[in-house]
Design a protein. Sequence first.
Length: 416
Amino acid sequence: MSEAGGAKRPLLLYVNTPFCNSKCHFCDWVVKVPIGDLRLGPESEGRRGHLDALKIQIAEQAPALTERYQPELMYWGGGTASILSCEEIQTLHGAMAGSFDMSGILEATIESSPESLTLEKLTLLRGLGFNRISIGVQSFSDARLRMIGRAHSAVMAESSIELARQAGFDNINIDLIVGFPDQDLAEVEQMMRHAVSLPVNHYSIYAYRASEGTVLRRRLDRANAKTDLRNQLAAYQLASDILTEHGFPEYTFAYFGSPICQADLAYYQMKLDWIGFGSGAFSVIEGRMKGFSAGKLHSYIANPTTFDYDLSLAEESQAGSLIGFALTTPEGVDAKVFQERTGTSLWTALEYQDVKDYLDQLCQYGRLITDEAGIRFAREDIAKVFISMNWHEQPQQHGTVEGVPVELGMPTPAPV
């Protein structure tokens, strides 16, 4: 969509909820969040303060946005977005609806965790216009769920899917993780065959990454143990084969089924702007990346209208991340889109030393295709490339600003 003739550009509205019921042992996002802030209840000063700050940020920033944009997508993430009470949900959605024209929203997603979902809450969400829900199941094994620090059981996971159906959701995603150090293929197959028997239409399959600072990584380090790349690749391929066999093809790395998630592709391919509200959220607006650093709840509450960082997408330090995320999709990096979004030629960015070093790493594992349209990996190589990249510690990029939330590599399990 173009602004020519007065037409407004599409916009993604993102709301971040930086709270969870547990500090999961695999999640690198919660490493940056003090446990005392992460597990705040709805009556706590921090939760109330965050909601008030959200309302201030929305009211302050919406007027300028509505002059140029029409919201088409909405995504509530976290943290755990579904941890919000019904009252908090109504208040927050009311602030959004009072500031933006929500009539053009095509896809509205909320991330959730099973233990935080009730029929009352799900019915409220569906009534407010949410038409897609993503549930952080991760596993159907109670032993595995305990090992990774989840706050729910396998029974709760299945019940949450059924409750979402009862509330009127017919677009349901579940997140699952494969490739834990002690997980054999029999466990993966059992999990996946059970998953495809459930009333779910979309699956996110993540290969476990031993991120620094997480509980599971510390356990591995203490035991001088390592995950097995060959096993991770085999586990992911097994999950992919079972999903494809049951009519859920992979449309981009880690995502299977239909309809495709428009918000995720907007994020990875950088094809439209978005505004991020809340502690830990970030935005891409008018060629700039700006946002609030993760783990700084009280800083956000004190000043919700001033971003912690504000960088041009044209800066050399951002190129590797933008290219890396786009390469997780079969379409890869579109040279025209990259030029439009960053103001920099893709071919210029490919000569940056950080980008060259990063692509050299990627190309150890897959075949990079280059033509006048852009660059991409052969579709059959994408999973191998980015699962293999889990084994590389994240490099310190030259010029990187602390708190910028994008990394080189692959998307990691959603922190819900």
